[in-house]
Design a protein around this ligand. Structure first.
Ligand SMILES: Nc1nc2c(ncn2[C@@H]2O[C@H](COP(=O)(O)OP(=O)(O)O)[C@@H](O)[C@H]2O)c(=O)[nH]1
Ligand SMILES: [Mg+2]
Length: 229
């Protein structure tokens, strides 16, 4: 079974833990604990194949930002979250995206920008168009979500999963072609996964809930960083 590590990044209080919990357990957390930093495992079914997702919910508070390099290095895909009712959270995510680009050598994909708390429309400070523009300029996907209303949460992970599968497949076909024919290197065009902008709708494939794996588990990364878990 293929295994992918997804890192959830963003400033404190935007709903990273709430959307992670919503995806893992289906529950919404009202309480705010800025220090929570956990790894979760979930097996999902996508196009008749099973994949294991390791999801790292980072704390995102200022004193921990130096750890971001470590997380980004270890990640296969990234969810960068702001809150639609907070312009400062939107401004803060640009530096996170820049950091991912630097570490991943200008190719941040697969990455999805998430505008969470879209249920708070009356307090909205960031329009959907602003989120889309940032995603277009960063060449990544974009989605607005509500962890509270369970809106578009699965779509975050299925967007990344489809990009991850495409990326790994194109890398494998490139590798095979390269091994078979040296000249192929100069002509091959790799398929890059297409970033997507979502409108709310629920067409996601079924999630296979694998009971023992849903429990919090200390990953290798967690073990390395266990002083903060
Ligand atoms: N209205 C609303 N509140 C949310 C939503 N997601 C999270 N929250 C609340 O925002 C606060 C911070 O959420 P949390 O997940 O702990 O933020 P984190 O620091 O980014 O992990 C908590 O009180 C959550 O209940 C949402 O979609 N809508
Ligand atoms: Mg949190």
């Amino acid at each position: 079974m293929q295994n992918f590590k997804i890192i959830i990044l963003g400033p404190g209080g935007v709903g990273k833990s709430a959307l992670t919990q919503r995806f893992i357990s289906g529950n919404f957390i009202e309480a705010y604990d800025p220090t929570i930093e956990d790894c979760y495992l979930k097996t999902v079914k996508y196009k008749n194949k099973e994949y294991k997702l390791e999801i790292l919910d980072t704390a995102g508070t200022d004193q921990f930002t130096s750890l971001r390099d470590v997380y980004i290095n270890s990640g296969d895909a990234f969810v960068v979250v702001y809150s639609i009712d907070s312009i400062s959270s939107f401004n803060d995510i640009q530096s996170i995206i820049d950091q991912i680009c630097t570490i991943k050598e200008s190719d941040p994909s697969p990455l999805i920008i998430v505008g969470n708390k879209c249920d708070l429309d009356e307090d909205r400070e960031i329009s959907e168009e602003m989120g889309e523009m940032l995603a277009n300029s960063s060449r990544c996907s974009f989605i607005e979500t509500s962890a509270k209303l369970d809106l578009n949460i699965k779509e975050i992970f299925y967007d990344l999963l489809s990009q991850l599968i495409n990326k790994r497949a194109s890398m494998t076909s490139f590798q095979t072609a390269y091994e078979e024919n040296e000249d192929f290197k100069s002509v091959i065009q790799t398929d890059t996964a297409t970033p997507t902008t979502y409108k709310p709708k629920d067409t996601s494939p079924k999630v296979v809930e694998s009971a023992p794996e849903q429990k919090h588990r200390k990953s290798k990364l967690c073990e390395d960083l266990c002083h903060i878990c």
